[in-house]
Write a protein that binds this ligand. Structure first.
Ligand code: NI
Length: 242
């Protein structure tokens, strides 16, 4: 996955460009970045494909992959709880999340509620740089940026959304240390999207009125198509692709 491919889709929004009021603090998550799902995939095309790797990571033999919860699952609407201790349980959760992310084929980030765990944990993996953050929160944001957002929990749907262009995210790493990450564009979008998941917010919740209705309707159409496709190809369904 070349970062350039992702970068090609987002575009700068007039007026919000180049403003970087966010101070440099602590750790910088300098990765090319994105959200869970690549927007360069044409609508619906993301539902098919062969076994793939994410960020160059191949699947491990000891993988603990979970089914990704999709729209309609109540766990996606709930507030994830704060992690008090970054213990072995959390480390195992992070491992399982990475395995699930790799299995997703086209994802680059995942929030714990997406595998049914109501804890504030997010993982992402770009350019063979797997990272995790615990209890992340956005402490500053600035600018505006439009991006075709996708979500592993709403497979196949991409919605053009305006959100802040830069964010400063504060959280805890796997050593229990407080970290701050200044993120821009796609990386910033990824954090905003994943932190939404921790708060039980989905892309649909960011839309209003007709746009929301239209997006849900389009997702239902994609879902029906995927169901028909899976019925035509049971092997693909067994592999969880589709
Ligand atoms: Ni998502």
């Amino acid at each position: 996955m070349a970062t350039g491919e992702h970068a090609a889709i987002g575009f700068h929004h007039e007026g919000g460009v180049g403003k970087r009021d966010v101070d440099h603090h602590g750790v910088r998550g300098r990765v090319g970045l994105v959200i869970e799902v690549m927007a360069w995939v044409e609508l619906g095309v993301g539902l098919v494909g062969g076994p793939v790797t994410v960020g160059g990571h191949s699947r491990s033999l000891a993988e603990m992959s979970y089914t990704i919860r999709t729209y309609g699952d109540p766990v996606l609407k709930t507030q994830a709880s704060t992690v008090d201790d970054v213990d072995g349980k959390i480390v195992r959760l992070v491992d399982a999340m990475f395995d699930t992310l790799v299995d997703s084929g086209n994802g680059i980030a995942l929030a714990a509620p997406q595998i049914g765990v109501q804890k504030q944990v997010v993982v992402w993996d770009i350019d063979e740089n797997p990272l995790a953050i615990i209890n992340p929160e956005i402490v500053e944001s600035d600018g505006e940026w439009v991006y075709d957002e996708g979500c592993l929990s709403i497979p196949g749907l991409y919605v053009e959304m305006l959100r802040p262009k830069t964010v400063l995210v504060r959280g805890v790493d796997l050593n229990g240390e407080i970290i701050e990450i200044e993120a821009d564009e796609l990386e910033a979008r990824m954090f905003q999207h994943e932190i939404d998941h921790l708060n039980g917010v989905l892309m649909f919740d960011r839309l209003e009125g007709d746009q929301r209705k239209e997006a849900i309707k389009e997702y239902r159409r994609i879902e029906d198509e995927a169901t028909r496709e899976a019925a035509r190809n049971p092997i693909r369904r067994r592999l969880g692709l589709g």
